[in-house]
Design a protein around this ligand. Sequence first.
Ligand SMILES: Nc1nc2c(ncn2[C@@H]2O[C@H](COP(=O)(O)OP(=O)(O)OP(=O)(O)O)[C@@H](O)[C@H]2O)c(=O)[nH]1
Ligand SMILES: [Mg+2]
Length: 260
Amino acid sequence: MTRSRTINSPDPHPDAAPTPGRTLVIIPTYDEADNILAVLEQVMGLPGDLNALIIDDGSPDGTADRVREEQARHPGRLHLIERAGKLGLGTAYIRGFRYAIEHGYDYVCEMDADLSHNPADLPRLIEPVAAGTADLAVGSRYIEGVRVMNWPLSRLVLSYGAGVYTRAITRLPIQDVTAGFKCFHRRVLEALDLDRVKSNGYSFQIEMTYRAWRRGFRIQEVPIVFTERTEGQSKMSKAIVREAARKVWELRLRDLLRRL
Ligand SMILES: Nc1nc2c(ncn2[C@@H]2O[C@H](COP(=O)(O)OP(=O)(O)OP(=O)(O)O)[C@@H](O)[C@H]2O)c(=O)[nH]1
Ligand SMILES: [Mg+2]
């Protein structure tokens, strides 16, 4: 039994017959040399037709070198895009989404490189999208209780508060609005105008989910356990929180003015 919640109608989308499809797992990295090999070992070991794409922003700690070494072990399945400098999570994902569309992937996952997201949960995220019961699956920390490991209370309050704030302003019927562990059906990425997605930090996650919901796509939250990183540096900052606080209003107002 899948313990999860579907928003909107549970009926399959007309062109969403369950098909074995190709999956791309996009993993943006900045200074994740201490984590990336462990993540890749688990991701590449999963069953099914699954490839990974690392988007590295010139990490000074040599993350991309580790990925290149690993590519030889997975011929044609592990892809790497290197960008010149730290350009942000949002633009990294947009780059990855375009790659996924160009290369004909059916299911496109987002995942952090710091082991906060458990690769073993990927099949449960892909499953509703592949089965045609959801267009977007969101790995949620806040359904069926709160499942976050090793976070200080302040971080939990911030994350949970982001959900209360976002729902109050936008009515987005999602418990974990900043979740970064997701699986999109390609039709969602094709339908959204990716040029218009400008957020970079947490608000990128809110913006993608909001735009998908407003376009009428079915979103399903799948419970996951989130574990705070033990290796590497956090990139969380006050600027990221300010961007999210502003962005939620911007999305709502643009939507009201029909300029989303
Ligand atoms: N390519 C790229 N990846 C980034 C950038 N910023 C963060 N990342 C990656 O995005 C993922 C999420 O970033 P984190 O630093 O874990 O952010 P967080 O989860 O909010 O913070 P902590 O887990 O507390 O460190 C990780 O895989 C990072 O390496 C960036 O500017 N460019
Ligand atoms: Mg993290």
